[in-house]
Ligand binder design. Structure first.
Ligand code: CP
Ligand code: NVA
Length: 302
């Protein structure tokens, strides 16, 4: 497998800060990068639905002079006909890179094992690194300095939480995951983030105490039920409701802004009042998906 972007866990702070700088430069001067992918094609292989990731990669690649081929794999096309390694090998015959949204992280590794082109993780069970980079781009625009920034992630411990913790730990942020008992982030991901934070001067914590969101700079939430999870809302609503981000929680926390990777479920993990308020960075975050991803693409293909 060529060097792609699967997790960010192996990146240094310097490398991530360079990507953030590149994303800002692409955002300010897109014309300077209009030929980076000239003559190149990127395949986007999606086992799960997507609005932001699919469209921001397609339009972003177009702005870099490249061509995006969307491959809908939501009907199980990745299993049964041939091995994942063979799929990777065949795609690499024509494509210069593969963007993949998959159920299992292992799928990315197996596709990559056969593909002699970079593989970019567009979300899996463990990580959402493109989202993570866009989130810190947004925070950097809002706050300037990222080192020492205090972020509370409130809700279900999931792929978005893991990438927020890992990238934040590398950059020296304090990331508090505040989740109902039984819905904490994956302990192995927390351990990895703690190890990275120990090197950067950052801090990682996990608790079920809602009051732990007090004193942070920014609040972050995501869906209570991720794609592919068949849990019914009625089964978990009672446990999650105290973790809903609303104006009262926001005001008590002292945070300046609220983030959400979207899709958002209004009235569940976040109220419309907060989501539509002046404290919301949600659309800036969505726009930044494209700029962050283009920084990744530029760094891989320049
Ligand atoms: N945030 C995000 O990845 O959105 P989509 O699922 O719409 O791509
Ligand atoms: N945690 C969510 C993120 C969606 C962008 C999911 O995996 O469905």
């Amino acid at each position: 497998m060529q060097q792609g972007l699967l997790t960010f866990a192996e990146h240094s702070a310097e490398q991530i800060n360079q990507l953030l700088q590149l994303a800002k430069d692409f955002k300010a001067n897109p014309a300077n990068y209009s030929q980076v992918l000239a003559g190149k094609s990127i395949v986007g292989l999606f086992e799960k639905p997507s609005l932001r990731t699919r469209v921001s990669f397609d339009i972003g690649i177009n702005k870099l002079g490249g061509h995006f081929v969307y491959l809908d794999c939501q009907d199980g096309q990745l299993s049964g006909r041939e091995t994942l390694k063979d799929i990777g090998g065949n795609l690499a015959c024509w494509a210069d890179g593969i963007v993949a949204r998959v159920f299992k992280h292992q799928t990315l590794l197996e596709i990559g094992a056969g593909a002699d082109v970079p593989v970019i993780n567009a979300l899996c069970d463990l990580y959402h690194p493109c989202q993570g980079l866009a989130d810190y781009l947004t925070l950097s625009e809002a706050f300037g300095e990222l080192k020492g920034l205090k972020i509370a992630y409130v809700g279900d411990g999931n792929n978005v939480t893991h990438s927020l913790m890992i990238v934040g730990a590398i950059l020296g942020c304090e990331v508090r995951a505040i989740c109902p008992e039984g819905y904490f982030p994956d302990p192995a991901m927390v351990a990895k983030a703690e190890q990275l934070a120990a090197q950067s001067g950052g801090k990682i914590s996990v608790s079920s105490k809602v009051e732990d969101m007090h004193g942070v700079d920014v609040l972050y939430t995501d869906t209570w039920i991720s794609m592919g999870d068949n849990t019914k809302l009625e089964q978990i609503e009672q446990a999650f409701m105290p973790y809903q981000l609303n104006m009262q929680q926001f005001n008590q926390s002292g945070a300046k802004y609220v983030l959400h990777c979207q899709p958002a479920h209004r009235g569940q993990e976040i109220t419309s009042e907060l989501m539509d308020s002046g404290y919301s960075l949600l659309l800036q975050q969505a726009e930044n998906r494209m700029h962050a991803q283009n920084a990744i693409l530029i760094s891989l293909f320049k």
